[in-house]
Design a protein around this ligand. Structure first.
Ligand SMILES: C[S@@+](CC[C@H](N)C(=O)[O-])C[C@H]1O[C@@H](n2cnc3c(N)ncnc32)[C@H](O)[C@@H]1O
Length: 306
């Protein structure tokens, strides 16, 4: 692993995910008195496998740059990031920012271009894709880790965001609470989770069956079905299928829609929540100045009291 400038900021906040003891680094492994965590393929690993997120390991290594603005040459991910968080470049520049569930790094791309020091964690092997995507950015540090047991000391991040992630964990609220502990006093946290609304409710009925299909097989079907269905959207039969089996047509290209269809039906967990429920978690966590950055239903932001 080549040492990036951001590492000097990350090393002092690292701790053993099980015991909380501070970690040291010997050039190859992070060590506590009880455990050691290796760097494999250039990525620090604080988990032994990708556990229940195999579909995401497949997804993000297949679509490693489909949603990256810096590759697409547009601002589609940036617009969504701003809508869901109301973060600005002025607010994030120079800050230590945690992207919890970084995936291939579409939001890490934005924060690092805005001048934030970006730590991205993910339980899946998506970290191999995101690490490759940002090898040349000295302000991005990627690690494979579980939000349920992160290797960071309490109250260490100025800013934390988690977009489209917590509803894919075994317990959305519990995993959110784990993130709140890592926010510095005066810092802020923003999340977006699936709403209890429209297509998300329909997908909840399908997902328990579809997520049993091997990722490669379901993905191959998406690669056939989405281009065909998209070419026949005027056909009433396709309209009928779409009401029962919703699939996206975002206008961002067919690769984007294939990716999003696979993403919407393949994960192990698919929690859905109301905005009031999510705001309740923020209040219970003791956060203040809680608000919804936009009408994307379940995006909520709050601040930790100083
Ligand atoms: C839909 S993707 C979103 C990725 C990224 N935030 C984005 O919007 O492009 C959800 C991500 O959450 C990750 N994830 C799920 N459970 C996790 C956990 N317990 N710890 C860390 N990451 C997790 C998955 O591996 C996956 O990459």
């Amino acid at each position: 692993m080549s040492i990036k400038p951001i590492f000097n900021r990350v090393l002092p906040i690292l701790c053993d995910p099980t015991t909380g003891e501070a970690l040291t680094f010997d050039g190859e492994n992070f060590r506590s008195s009880t455990d050691s965590y290796p760097i494999v393929g250039g990525v620090p690993r604080f988990v032994s496998s990708d556990h229940y997120v195999g579909s995401f390991s497949f997804e993000w290594n297949t679509h490693h740059d489909t949603q990256l603005d810096c590759v697409r040459g547009d601002r589609s991910s940036e617009k969504e990031f701003i809508a869901k968080t109301q973060f600005t470049p002025e607010e994030l520049s120079g800050k230590l920012v945690l992207d919890a569930g970084v995936g291939a790094g579409r939001y890490a791309d934005i924060v690092s271009r805005w001048g934030g020091d970006l730590v991205g964690v993910d339980l899946s092997y998506a970290v191999e894709a995101s690490n490759r995507n940002f090898l040349d950015r000295g302000n991005v540090w990627i690690a494979q880790a579980d939000i349920g047991a992160l290797p960071f000391k309490p109250e260490t991040f100025d800013v934390i965001f988690s977009i489209g992630v917590l509803h894919h964990t075994p317990n959305t609220k519990d995993y959110f609470m784990k993130l709140v502990r890592l926010v510095k006093p005066g810092g802020t946290i923003a999340i977006w989770v699936y709403p209890r609304h429209g297509d998300y409710i329909i997908r909840e009925r399908w997902i328990r069956f579809v997520n049993k299909i091997p990722s490669r097989m379901f993905y191959r079907w998406c690669r056939w079905f989405i281009p065909w269905a998209t070419a026949h959207l005027d056909n009433p039969w396709i309209g009928a299928i779409r009401r029962i089996f919703p699939f996206p047509t975002h206008g961002l290209g067919i690769e984007h829609d294939i990716l999003d269809t696979f993403d919407g039906y393949s994960p192990t967990y698919h929690g859905i929540h109301s905005p009031e429920e999510v705001e309740g978690w923020f209040r219970e966590a003791g956060l203040e100045n809680i608000y919804r950055p936009s009408d994307w239903f379940t995006c909520v932001r709050g601040f930790k009291p100083r």
